[in-house]
Design a protein around this ligand. Sequence first.
Ligand SMILES: Cc1cc2nc3c(=O)[nH]c(=O)nc-3n(C[C@H](O)[C@H](O)[C@H](O)COP(=O)(O)OP(=O)(O)OC[C@H]3O[C@@H](n4cnc5c(N)ncnc54)[C@H](O)[C@@H]3O)c2cc1C
Length: 490
Amino acid sequence: MVQNPVHFFKSTASEELRDSYDVIVIGGGLAGLTTAALSAKNGKRVLLLERNYIPGGCASSYFRNGAVFDTGATTLLGLSEGMPLHTVLDELGIDLPAKKLGDPMQVHLASGEIITRFENRDAWIAEAERVFGVEGQRKFWHRCFKLSDFVWDSAMRYRYFPPVNFGDLLSLAKNVRPRDVLYLRHTFHPVEKWIEACGLKDKKEFRQFIDQQLLITAQNRAAEVNMLFGAAALCYTNYPNYMLPGGMVTLVKALTDSIVANGGHVLYRTEVEKIEQAPVNTWAIHTANRVFNGSNLVSAIPLHNFNALLGSTAEKVKIAEGNSLSSALQFNAIIRHWGGGDVLHHQAHVKDCSRSVFFSVSECNDRLRTNEGLRVLSATTHAHLIGHNETDKKEWAQQVIELAEQNKLFQRDDLIDYHVSDAANWQQWTGRHLGFVGGIPQFMRIKPWMMNRQQKGSNLFFCGDSVYPGQGIPGVVLSGWQVAGRLLKR
Ligand SMILES: Cc1cc2nc3c(=O)[nH]c(=O)nc-3n(C[C@H](O)[C@H](O)[C@H](O)COP(=O)(O)OP(=O)(O)OC[C@H]3O[C@@H](n4cnc5c(N)ncnc54)[C@H](O)[C@@H]3O)c2cc1C
């Protein structure tokens, strides 16, 4: 039966609240939930403060007109052994009712060609060769697989990277493998260079395909995404991908339940308004009704938002991204017929290849999302931030419908209901600076060692998608796990 997710989340009663905590986490997105859950599980007194009535931020779900819609994220990676989410759920003892997808995605090129992004690596190379020609494909993808495997393996091995103290350095020294250093050189070359080295520079359709794939997980194009991160972004579909019955909120609920079950406190509809460094090396966290003290503070909100909470004289945190953030335009609908077969995720390029739209649909029998015979669909693309040209929502909805019809995903008559959101809605839902979502775009000037999780020598920690470029849920869960590791060492 369809259930409104709002009923899953209840704030800790005010009489149970304490004045001070070992760890205060600001923001209940997947990064903050991960840190809070792991800290509570390991005996810390934890308080999580979330401004919205439902946690999960950009990877959650909401109820409207009898259906459960995902807020943003729809694809899920990282539940296989050795990957971030698997490790976190394992440590928390959570058994998620996730289902592995068959083929993770299909891509509809502007020419009308449909490419299936097979998970199996040989099958995927054969598919890429079928569509783009044999030359260079094997070489291109073999390097991508190797680098991507390295990225995930090293991300889990180097929990305290970049090092900020002697203990971190020791841990780094213990885990380092001499060959790792060789991989770092790939952070100095963009994906575009590897395209050229494989003789694929003049294959326009392949280059457009790569750019649009990179935009999904790296938020930037081949000229700007470094090869190491780019490989992980491009191989997203070559690892097991999953879906959650009930939508993303199923994961959010499991993490929140774990916090509470381990004695953690959670407050919803509670916005942090100001942060002050208090005496005796603690933090004073101001909400509308109450001030809490924390021995450790975790910011799981974008760094831009964090800086705004510091007093005007406080030293601000450095942000690496420059002036390059974007938002998302989203079309959410209930449909009665889906033409995309068993594949739940489809990327469709628009005719001039300037952008693509990402369509995701709920599984056909997911009765936790909507009624029998219906499906919940979301279509998203990159968009301007608030203050840039306002998007015409009606025009965007028409573009989505036309693109869906061209690619036979659904027809106009299949639509039962739809609504559209833009940067202003994102800002309203998550409070994020100018409604920027999707994380910090990857740029050649951003290197792995710039992604700081802890203010040097202090009890202030950062996680979330503004300190971990690209890769969405796996990246932010990883950042939450890394911060929890640092906290638990203290
Ligand atoms: C349209 C879209 C599609 C996406 N698709 C995918 C996908 O398919 N797969 C994938 O892996 N990733 C995807 N992503 C990326 C992924 O959803 C995000 O990177 C990730 O969820 C961000 O998590 P976070 O915890 O860093 O931040 P957020 O999700 O933004 O969480 C921050 C939380 O902090 C709260 N908050 C903010 N300010 C305050 C305050 N002052 N006081 C208290 N609380 C506060 C907010 O309400 C929010 O709940 C997508 C993102 C978008 C927008």
